[in-house]
Design a binder for this molecule. Structure first.
Ligand SMILES: C[S@@+](CC[C@H](N)C(=O)[O-])C[C@H]1O[C@@H](n2cnc3c(N)ncnc32)[C@H](O)[C@@H]1O
Length: 365
């Protein structure tokens, strides 16, 4: 790690850590970054809701600006992001509405448009669903709790950017679609992402920051951009974005005016062991799995011979579900045998058809 000190005073201005760079200053002027040098911008700005973002030396961000000042502050920073973004760059802007300020996210999106960013699409980040993911009950008897936030996707030039949704794809349910829409078992995951929000502040868990997003959020965004080599987060916070950069082996830059250095270092390191988790929304999942595992270990269960392509597809789906549930017992092995057997017979049939067609051609000529 290298630390640079200010010309006057002791405060740290820059930190290099694990090939990631954090500038400890305001992102209103990112003179350290060259024009058109960044592939992906990802950030979550201060929400201007009176949160306490404070640094190691006790300096506090003013999170209660007048509205006009707040939006103009954001536009200044989005303009700097625009300057340093390559022509092919994309910008993921995460912001949620709280019960008390519905509609603010739209105004924040507008502040980015005012800085010339072109609005492409709205991705919904679901923080909690069916009991997965933390949220603090707050709705009372007037509103429901807010369990999702926006990730607005912008581009610098609408004709120059590219994303690859299949890079974060999910498997087909109906395997017969492989070959129809795609050569692989991956499809566009759509624009609703479930990334459960872990509890990061409060009595039992203290991360030292008010509002980090999960590492999975920047991870998905970066992974989806084929050209991503350089990434910028102008409101670094704990630097979750750089943790995702570390995991994906890309170069990340962050700006944070009110840094907590140790918190940032340990967050970046979290990226090393980060694994994307496919969430399973089954109540009592573990108990159910044990029961299924025990039941299926009974070797007297007979798996019928596969007779049709439709049955083959269904058995493949069952096999994949058991894979996802980490079930590996004798039932699973016998199921795979049946699937492989049918697959081989399909291949043989195909080979015979090709041979037959060849003979027919030879005969006709
Ligand atoms: C919502 S938090 C970002 C959280 C971050 N996504 C994470 O995962 O930790 C916004 C951050 O912006 C910082 N900030 C406020 N004003 C800033 C400025 N002018 N330049 C850079 N950072 C600033 C705040 O201190 C706060 O840490």
């Amino acid at each position: 790690m290298t630390l640079e000190k200010k010309d006057s005073g002791n405060s740290i201005r820059k930190m290099e850590f694990k090939n990631q760079t954090v500038f400890f200053k305001s992102s209103e002027h990112m003179s350290e970054l060259e024009d058109e040098s960044i592939d992906v911008v990802i950030t979550s700005p201060p929400y201007n809701r009176g949160k306490t973002y404070s640094s190691d030396n006790g300096e506090i961000h003013d999170d209660k600006m007048e509205d006009a000042e707040y939006y103009s502050f954001l536009t200044t920073i989005w303009s700097e992001c625009y300057r340093v973004a390559k022509k092919s760059a994309v910008f993921f802007l995460n912001i949620g509405d709280s019960a008390g300020d519905q509609g603010k996210s739209e105004k924040v999106a507008k502040s980015a448009e005012n800085a010339s960013w072109k609005r492409i699409q709205d991705i919904i980040w679901v923080k909690s669903f069916l009991g997965k993911g933390h949220y603090t009950p707050s709705g009372g008897n007037r509103r429901l709790n807010n369990l999702w936030e926006h990730i607005f996707l912008f581009a610098k030039k609408t004709k120059e950017y590219k994303i690859d949704p299949k890079a974060i794809g999910i498997p087909y349910t109906d395997k017969s679609n492989i070959g129809r829409y795609s050569d692989t078992d991956l499809r566009d995951p759509g624009n609703v992402w479930l990334i459960p929000y872990t509890k990061t502040t409060g009595a039992s868990v203290k991360k030292g920051h008010e509002a980090p997003f999960p590492i999975g959020l920047p991870y998905k965004c970066i992974k989806m951009v084929p050209s991503a080599k350089t990434v910028l987060d102008p409101f670094g916070g704990t630097c979750s974005t750089l943790a995702a950069c570390l995991k994906l082996g890309v170069k990340g830059y962050a700006y944070e005016k009110y840094p907590r250095v140790e918190v940032i270092k340990s967050r970046i390191l979290e990226g090393k062991n980060f694994h994307e988790i496919e969430e399973n929304l089954i109540p009592h999942l573990e108990l159910s799995l044990n029961l299924i595992n025990n039941l299926l270990s009974d070797t007297s269960i007979i798996i019928p011979v596969i007779k049709s392509k439709a049955e083959f597809n269904n058995f493949q789906i069952l096999n994949e579900v058991l894979n996802n549930l980490n079930i590996d017992n004798s039932f699973k092995k016998r199921l795979e045998k049946r699937i492989n057997h049918f697959r081989e017979s399909l291949n043989k049939k195909k080979e015979q058809e090709i041979k037959f067609r060849q003979i027919k051609l030879d005969f006709e000529s």
